[in-house]
Structure formats: structure tokens, C-alpha cells
Design a protein around this ligand. Structure first.
Ligand code: ADP
Length: 210
């Protein structure tokens, strides 16, 4: 956004100098758009700093079930979308992770599912948790958001890859880093035109949950 910010300001300065009629209206319009663009820059800076900070974290035994519950609650207000929980809310499955980072992974998966569905159709998302090979938790987020085109499937986890006009394409790249640092894995299965399932596999811990 830096180039449009600069161009807008230069345009405004010229209009003011020439005392161009209507420059005050222009000032109001431009200042709104400048604030939007500065907010966008601020988001980009935050995403990049999260990306840079990733390898470190406050790793401890955390309740996976609670982190997932909290993430789902954040997205409960979309009138066209229902989010089903296919797990026992009292199963206190514990994983060794940074709570905030893990929360970010599930928030990003749910946000992507919701964006893939959009506002105009009835959306259904189901989050399931199961145990895999007696030592991993497998969390899957299934959506009916229309799927992923075959030609972009291989790029999804690359930093900066996005198909959204306001997207930064860092969410999945960051998520992959977060999950791999704690010995987990993340992948997806998709059917173009139908929907997508993202799965996260995380090693379970037997330690007490903090
Ligand atoms: P962003 O959301 O900023 O685009 P992400 O890294 O989270 O960044 O996602 C990258 C791209 O992966 C998205 O732009 C979208 O094309 C695709 N994607 C991710 N999740 C889904 C999904 N559930 N359904 C369809 N496409 C998805």
C-alpha cells in the first residue's frame, strides 16, 4: 500500500497548492482511504512479525479441546454458517505446544473455511477430533466452501500465496511452521467445487494440563 499512499498524498498536495475547487472533498475522501491503507500496512507488519517470531514459544502442556472450543466460539456469529463439533467437549486431550500459536492455527483454518464459503450460501463446517495411532490427536476441519483448484494445490503452504484480494497468504505457511515445530503435521484433501478438509496431527502428551 505504500505506493498508493504516496501518490494520493502527492495528488492532494498539488490540488491544495493550485487551490483546486473541491480539494476539501478530496481531502476527506483521501484521508479515509489513507487510514484504510495504513491499517492494511499495520496488519501486514503484524503478520510478518508473527512469522519471524515463530520458532520460539512458551511450550507447555495445553488442552487441545479447550483451544479448539475457544477458536470455534470466535466464529459463531455467521448467520449462514453452522459449525458442528464432532468430539467430546470433556475429553481433555493435552498437547505440548504454545497455546497462542496453536490457537492461531485453528483460527486460521476456520477463517479460511468461512471465507471459502462466502456470505451467499449455506455453509457447513465440522470440526472433529480423534486419536490416531494411540499417540496423536487428529483434528480435521471440513467445509463445503467450493474446494481448491488443482493448479494451486501445491502452492497453498508457500508464504505469500493467496487467491484473496485482501489476503496475505501467510496463514497456512505460519500454521505449518507452528505445527511442525511441535512434531506435528498439517495437510488437506479437497474436491474442487465441493469442499475441503484440513487435518492437523499433533503428538499427545501424558503430562498434566496447565
Ligand atoms: P490467506 O487466507 O491470506 O489467503 P492462507 O495461507 O491462510 O492465506 O491461505 C492461502 C490460500 O489457500 C487461500 O488464499 C485460499 O486460496 C486457499 N485456501 C485455504 N483454505 C481453504 C479452504 N478451506 N477452502 C478453499 N481454499 C482454501
Amino acid at each position: 500500500p505504500l505506493t498508493p499512499i504516496k501518490l494520493n498524498l502527492q495528488h492532494l498536495v498539488r490540488a491544495r497548492k493550485a487551490n483546486q475547487p473541491g480539494w476539501e472533498d478530496m481531502f476527506d475522501r483521501f484521508s479515509d482511504s489513507l487510514i484504510d491503507q495504513i491499517n492494511a500496512l499495520s496488519n501486514i507488519a503484524t503478520e510478518f512479525s508473527n512469522f519471524a517470531k515463530m520458532p520460539t514459544g512458551n511450550f507447555q502442556s495445553v488442552s487441545l479441546t479447550k483451544i479448539i472450543d475457544d477458536s470455534i466460539t470466535l466464529f459463531s456469529a455467521y448467520p449462514n454458517i453452522s459449525i458442528g463439533r464432532n468430539y467430546d467437549p470433556n475429553s481433555n486431550l493435552a498437547v505440548h505446544a504454545d497455546r497462542e500459536q496453536l490457537h492461531r492455527v485453528f483460527v486460521n483454518l476456520l477463517k479460511n473455511a468461512i471465507q471459502a464459503i462466502g456470505r451467499d450460501k449455506k455453509g457447513e463446517i465440522v470440526v472433529s477430533i480423534s486419536i490416531m495411532e494411540s499417540k496423536y490427536a487428529l483434528v480435521c476441519v471440513v467445509d463445503n466452501g467450493g474446494g481448491i483448484a488443482p493448479e494451486v494445490e501445491s502452492k497453498l503452504f508457500s508464504p505469500n500465496f493467496t487467491t484473496k484480494s485482501g489476503g496475505m497468504g501467510l496463514g497456512l505457511a505460519i500454521s505449518k511452521g507452528i505445527v511442525e515445530v511441535i512434531g506435528g503435521d498439517i495437510w488437506f484433501e479437497t474436491e474442487y467445487g465441493v469442499g475441503t478438509k484440513f487435518c492437523v496431527k499433533l503428538p499427545l502428551t501424558s503430562q498434566d494440563i496447565s
